[in-house]
Design a binder for this molecule. Structure first.
Ligand code: NDP
Length: 330
């Protein structure tokens, strides 16, 4: 039997476990052109909070009773598609379930001999590509410039800072707590990391960015974005990648330092990674090269079992994860 998690109700404010329901159903049989995949890993991502809502967004939300949306990494068990055979490792738009069956065209084959399979959901997958294009194309950092990134120990942020270092910049992270900040500096090689939970964010960030901030890769929004706006240099660039501090808020944070965009002639651009789909091979190639060369370090936070996926998502939204959040399905 297939096990899956469906959306039971829309949350108001914070997500709770009662918003989900675990179900079983027969494992589907592949038809012509279809592939059956056994999922080994499920990626949990902050965007899932947005899908648990009927608010207008860049993609339609999950309906009540539908399988929760999500990407998985797994193995082909049966194939009626010429490009796939049993044993192939793939990523799939499965949602929160143990098996997925659908058109072969929706699968991406990955080479798990080069890196662990789970990495293709993280630094070599969607979060890695988000970091790559948001930094390269929007922040456009030049050697010697200062790049600040929030949620710096996470799936996207950790890659942003390491790319900034690889491209000759000063990388400054912002993260919650000493353990995460120590990791960002000592393990990932950022120049500095500010613990926003310790208070004095403005003074501490200013001290860590003596030449001001040229690029901000924003994952959090709210007070962190507002504070960093005050430190931006003339003609600075800001990538608005995520606003996680607002995802469970009933009222969005109101920015006070909008004026910085005007006086500093900033470029501020929102991004959705799908807009770069034609260039995914470029990011996949460059990120894999960095991982193989030991220049891109990466950490995972793993919960065990599909039944614990709701707990994992709630923890991710609260910052309990330390690195890319995954569910190990077997
Ligand atoms: P992370 O691995 O960074 O995990 C989320 C982190 O956000 C938590 O660990 C926590 O870190 C931080 N966080 C949560 N709540 C708050 C808060 N109130 N204030 C400050 N920090 C908070 O997740 P991802 O790397 O997967 O995603 C990072 C961001 O990128 C998200 O906003 C996500 O929506 C966005 N994203 C956008 C994409 C796009 O195409 N635009 C694609 C992929 C991701 P800490 O403990 O340090 O506070």
């Amino acid at each position: 039997m297939n096990k899956r998690v469906v959306l039971a109700s829309y949350p108001e404010g914070w997500v709770t476990e009662s918003n989900f329901r675990l179900e079983t159903a027969p494992i589907p049989k592949p038809g012509e052109g279809e592939v059956l995949v056994k999922n080994l890993w499920l990626s949990l991502d902050p965007y899932m909070r947005g899908r648990m809502s009927q608010q207008k967004s860049y993609v339609k939300g999950v309906e009540i009773g539908e399988v929760m949306t999500g990407e998985t990494a797994g193995e082909v068990v049966e194939s009626k598609h010429p490009k796939f055979k049993p044993g192939d490792k793939v990523t799939a738009p499965s949602g929160w379930q143990l098996h997925w069956c659908g058109k072969g065209e929706m699968l991406t084959k990955v080479d798990a001999s080069k890196a662990p399979l789970s990495y293709f959901l993280g630094c070599l997958g969607m979060p890695g590509r988000t970091a790559y294009f948001g930094t390269k194309d929007i922040c456009q950092p030049k050697p010697g410039e200062t790049v600040v990134v929030s949620a710096a120990s996470g799936a996207v942020g950790s890659v942003v800072g390491q790319l900034a270092k690889a491209w000759g910049c000063r990388a400054v992270g912002i993260a919650g707590g000493k353990a995460k900040c120590d990791y960002v500096v000592k393990e990932l090689g950022f120049d500095a990391c500010i613990d926003y939970k310790a208070g004095n964010l403005y003074d501490n960030l200013k001290a860590a960015c003596p030449k001001g901030v040229d690029c901000l890769f924003e994952n959090v929004g709210g007070e962190i974005l507002d504070t960093t706006l005050r430190l931006m240099n003339v003609r600075g660039r800001i990538t608005i990648c995520g606003l996680i501090s607002d995802y469970n808020a009933k009222e969005p944070y109101g920015l006070k330092n909008f004026r910085s965009i005007l006086v500093n002639r900033l470029t501020v651009r929102g991004m959705i990674v799908f807009d770069w789909v034609e260039r995914y091979p470029e990011a996949n190639r460059d990120l894999l090269e960095l991982v193989i060369g030991g220049k891109l370090k990466y950490r995972e936070s793993v919960v065990q079992g599909i039944e614990n996926a709701p707990k994992g998502l709630i923890g991710l939204l609260k910052g309990d994860n330390f690195g890319k959040q995954l569910v190990k399905l077997t």
